[in-house]
Every structure is written in C-alpha cells, then in structure tokens.
Write a protein that binds this ligand. Structure first.
Ligand code: ASP
Length: 342
C-alpha cells in the first residue's frame, strides 16, 4: 500500500513538473505573421530627405496592412504575399514593376518568383517587359502550368493566354531610374568594360519581397525586381531563381532576398538558410546571419527576410540599410529603414 502511495506521489510530482515546463515553453506560434523588404543598399539617413523617408515609411506601412488584412481574415499566405508585392510593384518607390531600373539598352526587364511552403510548388518569370504585375504572372505559372520558370517573350505569350492585360513598356519608366542608367553608362565608358559593376553609391537596389505565415500554418515567399541598373545580355538575378532569392517550406521557413544577385545565386542563400534550420537545427536568426556572412565574405552586399514556421523573424543585411517591416498578429506593425535602428 505504501509503495502504491509513493508511486502515485512520484507520478503526481512528475506531471506537475511537466505542466510547469510547458508553461515556460517558447511563446506560441502567432495566429499569423508577415515580413516585407523593399531592397537593401547604401541607404543612409544623412542622404535621405525627411519627406522621402516619410514616403518610404508610409509605403512600407501600407504594404504591411495590405497583407495583414488578408491574413487576419483567414486568407492564405500565398494571397497575402501576392497582394503585398502587387502593391509594392505599383509603387514607383521600389525597383519592381513601376519604377524598375533600366537595362543597358534602356528597357525595364522584370523578374519575379512565388513559392508555396505547403507543397513546394513554385512559379517564376524572368525578363518580362510588358506585364504590369510580374508576381501575378508568377502565380499563374505556379498554378496553371506544369513548369516553374518562364522567360521573356514566352512568359508574355503565356500571360496573354492566361487573359492577363499587357501594358506599354513605358508604363514602368520613372525619370530618376533613367538618370541612374545615364550615370552608369558614363562611368562604364570611362572604364571601357562591357560589364559595369557599379560603385558603392549607386548600389541602391529596391527589389521587393514578402514572406507570410497564415492561420493554417502555411508559409509562402515572393520576390519581384527590375534587377540591377545597366544589366545586359539577358542577365537574370537571384530573385526568380528558387533557392537563391526566394524559398519557402512549411518544414522550416520562408525567405526572400535582396542584394547583388550573382552572389546570392552562387551561395544559394535562401535554400542555405532553410537547410541550416533543417539539418543543423539553427534558429532562424542564426541561420540568416550565417548565410549573409558567406555573401559578405565574397565582398557582396544585400539582405534577407526570413519567417520560420513558428512565426519567428529575421531581417538580416550587411548593407547600410534595408527597407523592411513586419506585422505579427496582436502586435503593432514595425517599419525600419536604416541600420541599427531600434
Ligand atoms: N537581387 C536583385 C538582382 O540581383 C537586385 C536587388 O535585390 O536589388 O537582380
């Protein structure tokens, strides 16, 4: 009898300890979460007039609200990512859709990718010149074709077949981007090289990206860009390359990158982060920092936004600044631009 009593007491104590530790367990997954970026680069407070800063902060806040509204009402992470990026593509402030940078020949060639973390399905487009919202075309590639990446004329023919409206290529043009191309061309002439690499001062990128976690626990990632000023020979960057600039898996995390694309492709940055989380059990912040360190070691700059399956966030970059923000269910949205901003 005594033995049984002792057994019951021990089991009781054990249950109590278990309960306590589950109360202390890491915070519960939020109902939903959304993270955005609007590009990384030489973004310094001293160089940005207050009105411009306000414009960016307002645009980032509206972008967050756009996706948040969808997630709060039970919409999917894919819907939230597409709507958020569409808003940023339509804003001339960012290097995606309207306001994209110019190629060497004076054109706007757009790249975008979308990935669904639930089934690893992907859609991407590269080098399109007449599609108003490339992220929407990326979704159609994902959902309405057996393929993952369409380029240039073929991608546009598919857009027409899908009933998408094409715009005049002039729609994307804004004067400040045109001016940046002229400056780049002048510098290129001085260097007599077919491959203009840019300098620290004109490496202001402006790609846009979004990662989201919905109430069903599904992750999605999307990225959209005009690429790099003065690109030529059909150059494609990391944004539409799955695993480099964009990746999502419900097993680990969703990632969108921005920066010098060639180095993000060479380091397979987005997948590298997911792999470090899956195989090495790295927390999201540690994985993001390790991946950006590898890019930095090659003397390239840029950043990533990462959202893991539990709603933990990393916004890591090695440039002076990165337009960024996040919104977590039940919390006030946060927008930041410069480095070391509280
Ligand atoms: N990663 C983009 C590219 O290389 C540029 C950017 O992020 O601004 O095409």
């Amino acid at each position: 009898m005594k033995k049984i009593l002792r057994f019951v007491v021990v089991i009781g104590l054990f249950m109590l300890i278990l309960q306590c530790s589950s109360r202390q367990a890491p915070q519960q997954r939020p109902e939903y979460a959304l993270v955005i970026h609007g590009g990384a680069g030489t973004i310094l407070k001293n160089n940005m007039p207050p009105e411009k800063e306000k414009e960016f902060r307002d645009a980032l806040t509206t972008a967050l609200r756009t996706g948040e509204k969808i997630l709060a009402t039970g919409g999917s992470s894919l819907d939230a990512v597409v709507a958020t990026i569409r808003f940023m593509e339509d804003s001339p402030l960012f290097n995606a859709g309207k306001g994209a940078v110019f190629t060497h020949e004076g054109k706007n060639e757009l790249d975008a990718a979308l990935m669904n973390g639930a089934d690893l399905n992907v859609g991407a487009v590269a080098g399109v010149t007449r599609v108003k919202n490339p992220i929407e075309l990326a979704r159609k590639v994902m959902e309405n074709s057996p393929h993952v990446l369409f380029a240039r004329d073929g991608a546009e023919a598919f857009a027409v077949e899908q009933g998408m409206e094409l715009v005049d290529p002039n729609y994307f043009r804004i004067e400040s981007r045109w001016h940046s191309l002229q400056k780049a061309l002048e510098r290129e002439k001085e260097k007599k090289s077919a491959f203009y690499r840019g300098t620290k001062n004109d490496n202001k990128f402006g790609t846009v990206g979004c990662v989201a976690l919905d109430k069903m626990g599904n992750l999605a990632a999307g990225t959209s860009t005009g690429g790099m000023t003065n690109k030529r020979f059909g150059r494609i960057g990391d944004s539409p390359i799955v695993g480099a600039g964009t990746y999502a898996s419900n097993k680990t995390c969703a990632v969108s990158a921005t920066g010098w694309g060639e180095f993000f492709i060479r380091n397979v940055v987005a997948y590298d982060i997911a792999a470090m989380m899956e195989y090495k059990n790295f927390p999201v912040q540690k994985a993001a920092a390790a991946a950006i360190e590898k890019v930095g070691k090659m003397k390239a700059s840029g950043g990533v936004i990462v959202l893991d399956k539990n709603g933990n966030i990393a916004m890591q970059f090695n440039s002076a600044g990165m337009f960024r923000g996040f919104s977590i269910a039940g919390e006030k949205p946060v927008v930041k631009i410069f480095g070391r901003e509280e």
